[in-house]
Design a protein around this ligand. Structure first.
Ligand SMILES: Cc1cc2nc3c(=O)[nH]c(=O)nc-3n(C[C@H](O)[C@H](O)[C@H](O)COP(=O)(O)OP(=O)(O)OC[C@H]3O[C@@H](n4cnc5c(N)ncnc54)[C@H](O)[C@@H]3O)c2cc1C
Length: 422
């Protein structure tokens, strides 16, 4: 997703500056990875999520080498070696190798019917499994694990979700919202096992169940791993570029070799690694501009928000999840019976975080207040009730002037349209 966004930006600025070659390990042209969850849930087809078909590459004179992995970079010779022996030369190289699913250190990972949730091949395998198999266990109760669980449930499987932490999506939600989320999933027939460590995936040739550390076993015909990702830095590390958790880049998106750029989930910028597209779009824009010769383009990480793509489950979070110290203030509205929860975190009269469950329409407004560092002291008492209420009660509320940074599928689709129009 990152690499092709950068190519689109480059083409919009300097279409004739380079002969472009795109190398991709997957056999497909670039597609919207975010929407794999919607494909799994049966709301979209693989064709629906293609961003640029092969004809687009032809029209723009781009050489696409798909289904072939880059295996080594020869920086001195400015060459790339591919798995099939092809060698490509470059003047400028962009690494956008994404990340790899993490695997927990447990026995049984190599059994048949144990999958990650990362690419088209994983989704095709899961859809195929759901046609003949009955029981799925998803390991990992973060964004990806929940979307995998929901998709498999929609495909007719009976689904259990195993999560190490006491509440779901603990990186994006506080305990109160996580508890409401779990209640919602239970009601949808997804059995949640929180506070549970997976000890082993059981089976002889294929997955037959999951053994938990407390001794319980859960039967399974399919096990999906969604316990996190780590930046895919193999090529960069082997080429002796500076790496830490990710490939180290500066504000200009260049690596320690000025002719090699890197963007997306494979990078580390100012100590930060990435797992959502919103900041990645900004990186792609800066990288495309730099490649086009704009030496002023710099990357400033935007505040981003998270939401879940499970039909009917409204979850939103941005920035801090809780007050960091006594100086911060949390304003909370909690109606457990209606499944409604809203929390806004303030620091020096500025919004620094928000967690919403059950009603998320005001999420983008909170992100805008965060991003614009608006002094909210004059409408502090109304802020948790949302924009419409605050505006009615107080003329000082700033109007919503622009779209927030997006990461839902609908928002991303809209952002994609804006991008294409730009
Ligand atoms: C199921 C799912 C749902 C998601 N939902 C959301 C969401 O709702 N909101 C959100 O913001 N983010 C979401 N994400 C995360 C988002 O998809 C990623 O942040 C984004 O795809 C990262 O873009 P990227 O270009 O860095 O990596 P990728 O999109 O992973 O692209 C990297 C590509 O590089 C290829 N590659 C790797 N190594 C090589 C090599 N050596 N040679 C050739 N090719 C190579 C890979 O095969 C891959 O195709 C989701 C991810 C998944 C898997």
């Amino acid at each position: 997703m990152a690499g092709m966004r950068a190519v689109e930006e480059l083409l919009s600025r300097a279409p004739d500056r380079y002969d472009i070659t795109v190398v991709g390990a997957e056999v497909h042209t670039n597609y919207n990875r975010i929407l794999l969850s919607s494909v799994l849930a049966g709301d979209k087809t693989l064709d629906d999520i293609v961003i640029n078909p092969r004809s687009w590459y032809d029209e723009h004179g781009i050489r696409l080498i798909a289904g072939n992995r880059a295996t080594a970079i020869d920086r001195a010779g400015r060459k790339i070696a591919l798995a099939d022996g092809t060698v490509i030369t470059y003047d400028r190289l962009l690494l956008a190798t994404g990340s790899k699913p993490m695997a927990p250190p447990i026995p049984g990972l190599g059994l048949a019917n144990v999958r990650a949730f990362r690419d088209v091949a994983d989704v095709e395998a899961m859809i195929g499994a759901a046609k003949t198999l009955r029981r799925a266990v998803v390991i990992g109760g973060g964004l990806l694990g929940l979307e995998a669980a929901w998709g498999l449930k929609r495909r007719g499987m009976s689904v259990a979700l195993v999560h190490l932490m006491p509440t779901l999506m603990e990186r994006q939600l506080d305990a109160a919202a996580g508890t409401l989320l779990r209640r919602d999933l239970d009601a949808r027939g997804i059995a949640c096992f929180t506070n549970c460590q997976t000890e082993e995936i059981l089976g002889t040739d294929r997955a037959e169940g999951v053994l938990l550390a407390d001794g319980r076993t859960i039967s399974a015909d399919l096990v999906v791993l969604a316990v996190g990702i780590r930046p895919n830095i193999d090529l960069a590390r082997d080429a002796k570029l500076d790496v830490n958790r990710g490939i180290l880049v500066g504000d200009n998106m260049a690596t320690s070799d000025p002719d090699i750029y890197a963007i997306g989930e494979c990078i580390e910028h100012n100590g930060q690694v990435f797992g959502l597209v919103a900041p990645i779009w900004d990186q792609a824009k800066v990288c495309g501009a730099r490649l086009a010769g704009d030496v002023a383009a710099v990357y400033l990480p935007p505040p981003v928000f998270t939401s879940l793509k499970i039909t009917g489950v409204d979850v939103f979070s941005a920035g801090a999840l809780a007050a960091a110290d006594q100086a911060d203030q949390e304003i909370t509205l909690h109606d457990a019976k209606r499944g409604l929860y809203k929390k806004v975190i303030l620091r020096n009269d500025r919004v620094v975080g928000s967690v919403l469950f059950g009603s998320v329409a005001d999420g983008p407004w909170y992100v805008q207040l965060m991003r614009d560092k608006v002094d909210v002291s004059s409408f502090r008492d109304q802020i948790v009730f949302g924009r419409a209420f605050a505006e009615q009660a107080n003329a000082a509320v700033p109007p919503a002037d622009r779209a927030p940074v997006a990461n839902t599928d609908a928002d991303t689709a809209a952002a994609g349209l804006r991008w294409k129009a730009a």
